[in-house]
Ligand binder design. Structure first.
Ligand code: RB5
Length: 147
């Protein structure tokens, strides 16, 4: 069963709890990396923790939730090998799997339609083909930047 690593900040505890059950119902195994408290935390810590968990578990995917999804995506994308997409509708959730081979989806707890976005992301495979070349180009930028 494919693992899905989920993490969130204080803005998204209730939504995260709902999504854990929902994602399990889609046939995935959920690993909850917190936070489970509504006291203020710093989203980059959770983004990094989930990003590293996804990288360490080949074939797994990640779901990051903050108020908008944007802070989580900015932080997760600092981890080499992560392609984290902040999305707010289903079409982009599907296409970022098909074309970008995104390994993390970032959503906003204060944005509408989170269940359908998460389902589209988790159940849509990467298309490969002509898109692989472009994903490889993203990795090339990352590798050149780290020198
Ligand atoms: C927390 O107030 C908020 O800044 C955070 O959840 C997120 O939206 C940041 O991008």
């Amino acid at each position: 069963m494919k693992n899905v690593y989920i993490a969130n900040d204080h803005a998204a505890v209730d939504l995260k709890n709902e999504l854990c059950d929902y994602i399990e119902s889609l046939g995935f195994h959920v690993v909850n990396l917190g936070t489970d408290e509504k006291t203020s935390v710093n989203y980059p810590e959770y983004a990094e923790k989930a990003a590293k968990a996804v990288l360490a578990d080949q074939g797994s995917l990640g779901v990051l939730i903050c108020g908008t999804g944007i802070g989580m995506s900015l932080a997760a994308n600092k981890v080499h090998g992560i392609r984290a997409a902040a999305v707010s509708e289903v079409y982009s959730a599907k296409l970022t799997r098909q074309h970008n081979d995104a390994n993390i989806v970032c959503i906003g707890a204060r944005v509408i339609g989170p269940e359908t976005i998460v389902e589209a992301f988790l159940t849509t495979p990467f298309e490969g083909g002509r898109h692989q070349k472009r994903v490889d180009m993203i990795t090339d930028i990352e590798n050149r930047e780290s020198k």
